[in-house]
Design a protein around this ligand. Structure first.
Ligand SMILES: Cc1ncc(COP(=O)(O)O)c(C=O)c1O
Length: 377
């Protein structure tokens, strides 16, 4: 298999055989002329398949080292298609610091439908073990997690999940396949919000699900087509364009985040820095073993309370106050009042004064100076 960056640039994208155009055409079509009734050359309809979407799916599946990959209109749409393989009465174990939207989908949509959810501290192997029941079908893991950057061993959780006949699902949005490939570590399914690092430019919403399980892939393909939460060809093209530079962007995200985490660790206004690259982070050794670098996300709490945290978020000028992450530009946010508002009052609620940074690829000295100014106010 060729190297990651070579695959990111070439997998799924051949020069157009008719014109030689280096970039494959964006197939802006909803339907296809048929050669005879029921005889279509590629597909009968673009909800079923589209060549630009197929190119994206091939590329991302190769990057995740997966046999099957399916693109969706958003990360949540991909999660929904996967969770619809469950039945009422089934049980899911979710990490107690998961993305708020995943928690909301599981508890408020699938919960109403009869799926039971337990939220567990995934770093506590005994707690995970005792959370399994006879009806547990999935263990849903984010590593590193959003927003606390907790890291858990995919191999350890995979062994536990397998013993209970359930599937291990890993949300690989924060790490990306450049830093971590969960299927090679024993996960059964990988989910992504491609809105983030894969797209990389804060200009598109998308999702992706990858697996080596042929039967699961067939069910997911049916859900993708039957429910129809598919990305359009222009979105797929933006994602294909973004993913070509994933490796070089991630290198810079990681080195900038390392510098930001070091700077914050030494700053007198900061109480605690959450970054798996710091050697005192509880998941540092596991992260060093299962990831090739520590990612571009850094969270921190301040010595002051939520008012101080809010003020810092509103005082930066290069870090933009916004939800989302993984774009080239640095972002700052207050999870308890923004991305994780839906976890209020639950086990998943982050500390009120936790600030989350998506460290971009700007010049690092400018980022440090921006944070320094905001923290001094
Ligand atoms: C870790 C994680 N998973 C899934 C999602 C959902 O993805 P989307 O916003 O593309 O629907 C997000 C969104 O922030 C996320 O951070």
């Amino acid at each position: 298999m060729s190297g990651f960056n070579t695959r990111a640039i070439h997998a799924g994208s051949e020069p157009d055989p008719v014109t030689g155009a280096v970039n494959p055409p964006v197939y802006l079509t909803s339907t296809y002329a048929q050669d005879a009734v029921g005889v279509a050359r590629f597909s009968d309809y673009s909800r079923t398949n589209n060549p630009t979407r197929a190119a994206l799916e091939t590329c991302l599946a190769e990057l995740e080292e997966a046999r099957h990959g399916l693109a969706f209109a958003s990360g949540m749409a991909g999660e929904d298609a996967l969770l619809r393989t469950l039945s009422p009465g089934d049980h899911v174990i979710l990490g107690n610091d998961a993305y708020g939207g995943t928690y909301r989908l599981l508890t408020r949509i699938f919960g109403d439908w009869g799926v039971n959810v337990s939220c567990v501290d995934l770093s506590d192997v005994d707690a995970v073990e005792s959370a399994f029941t006879a009806t547990t079908k999935m263990l849903w893991v984010e590593t590193p997690s959003n927003p606390l950057l907790n890291v858990v061993s995919i191999a350890t959780l995979s062994a536990a999940t397998r013993e209970h006949g359930a599937r291990l699902v890993v949300d690989n949005t924060f790490a990306t396949p450049y830093l971590q490939r969960p299927l090679t570590l024993g996960a059964d399914v990988v989910v992504h919000s491609t809105t983030k690092y894969v797209g990389g430019h804060s200009d598109v919403i998308g999702g992706f699900v990858a697996t080596n399980d042929d039967e699961l892939a067939t069910r997911l393909r049916f859900h993708q087509f039957a429910i129809g939460a598919v990305p359009g060809p222009l979105d797929c093209y933006l994602l294909l364009r973004g993913v070509k530079t994933l490796g070089v962007r991630m290198d810079r995200h990681c080195s900038n985040a390392r510098a930001v985490a070091g700077f914050l660790s030494d700053h007198p206004a900061i109480k605690k820095v959450y970054y798996p690259g710091l050697i005192d982070h509880p998941g540092h050794d596991v992260a060093a073993a299962q990831m090739s670098d520590f990612g571009g996300m850094v969270s921190f709490t301040l010595k002051g309370g939520v008012d101080v945290a809010r003020k810092v978020c509103e005082s930066t000028s290069i870090f933009i106050l916004a939800e989302s992450l993984g774009g080239v530009e640095s972002l700052i946010e207050l999870p308890s009042e923004m991305t994780h508002l839906s976890t209020a009052g639950s086990l998943l609620e982050p500390p009120a004064n936790l600030v989350r940074l998506s460290v971009g690829i700007e010049d690092v000295d400018d980022l440090l100076a921006d944070l320094d100014r905001a923290l001094a106010l």
